[in-house]
Design a protein around this ligand. Structure first.
Ligand SMILES: N[C@@H](CCC(=O)NCCCC(=O)O)C(=O)O
Length: 255
């Protein structure tokens, strides 16, 4: 009898990039920092390349959590009733999968955590909308990273977030204010159905949400807790809470 793999499996949907212009086929990619963070939490990342929405009923039962990662690509504006900017880097295959995966993970009470683009995907999948260029909006900060700087600067803490008193975010942060990084041009405009804003940037932009009434862990953040999480207690405790939810989910599945 083959030994059952002991680590909870976490699905990290791929991004799709044309890394080699001589190879129009493109590549399914996952930034190692997400996979490494998941591994360091004692979980096993899985990618499922080429997975499509119709595969979700077969693939979702195989995993114990879903982590929607960030990506330089934008959620296509057509998903929230707007027109994509000509400058948008898009990833329609990722969108097509995650718009369904969000709803099915919530319906099946599979732990769900969204990071950056992942927050935006959850918001749009639940009927919300996005600012396409937060920095172009009156009174809003520029939330983009300094692209010409090295990664340590790009992912450095950039602004405070104000955390809802009594929220899980405040528990993980040990207070109602925390410093976070910021690497995004889109942002939540209208909240999706059932989302509760529990973290906001100084300009009021919603940067942390909870899915109200979710049967399992269901949170999303605009910042990147995977970045050097071992040096940032707020990031670490957020990720550990997701990991524990995946372990609990797996134990319930095995009962
Ligand atoms: N493109 C969207 C989402 C931004 C995002 O996910 N940034 C992460 C970039 C680093 C990485 O690849 O993980 C936006 O600009 O809002």
């Amino acid at each position: 009898m083959p030994k059952k793999f002991h680590k909870p499996l976490v699905w990290l949907p791929a991004c799709h990039r044309n890394l080699d212009l001589d190879d129009p086929g493109g590549y399914s990619v996952l930034a190692d920092r997400y996979a490494l963070a998941v591994t360091q939490l004692g979980l096993q990342p899985v990618l499922y390349p080429m997975a499509q929405a119709e595969d979700i009923p077969c693939l979702l039962p195989l995993v114990d959590g879903v982590l929607l990662t960030g990506s330089p690509s934008n959620v296509e504006a057509t998903h929230f009733g707007a027109t994509a900017l000509s400058t948008d880097l898009l990833d329609p295959r990722r969108d097509q999968l995650t718009m369904h995966l969000v709803r099915e993970a919530l319906a099946k009470e599979v732990p769900l955590f969204g990071v950056c683009r992942g927050l935006q995907e959850i918001n749009v999948a639940l009927g919300g909308s996005l600012y396409q260029s937060v920095h172009g909006e009156e009174g809003m900060l520029d939330h983009r990273e300094p692209e010409d700087e090295d990664l340590a600067v790009q992912f450095a803490e950039r602004h405070d977030v104000l955390l809802e008193p009594g929220s899980a975010f405040a528990e993980w942060a040990g207070g109602t204010r925390a410093r976070v990084n910021s690497l995004h041009g889109q942002g939540i405009k209208r909240l999706g159905e059932g989302l509760v804003a529990e973290a906001r940037a100084p300009d009021g932009l919603v940067e942390g949400v909870r899915v109200q009434g979710a049967g399992a862990f269901a949170y999303a953040v605009q910042w990147h807790p995977e970045w050097r999480h071992d040096q940032h207690p707020f990031y670490q405790r957020t990720l550990e809470a997701f990991a524990q939810a995946c372990r609990d989910y797996r134990e319930r599945k095995e009962d």
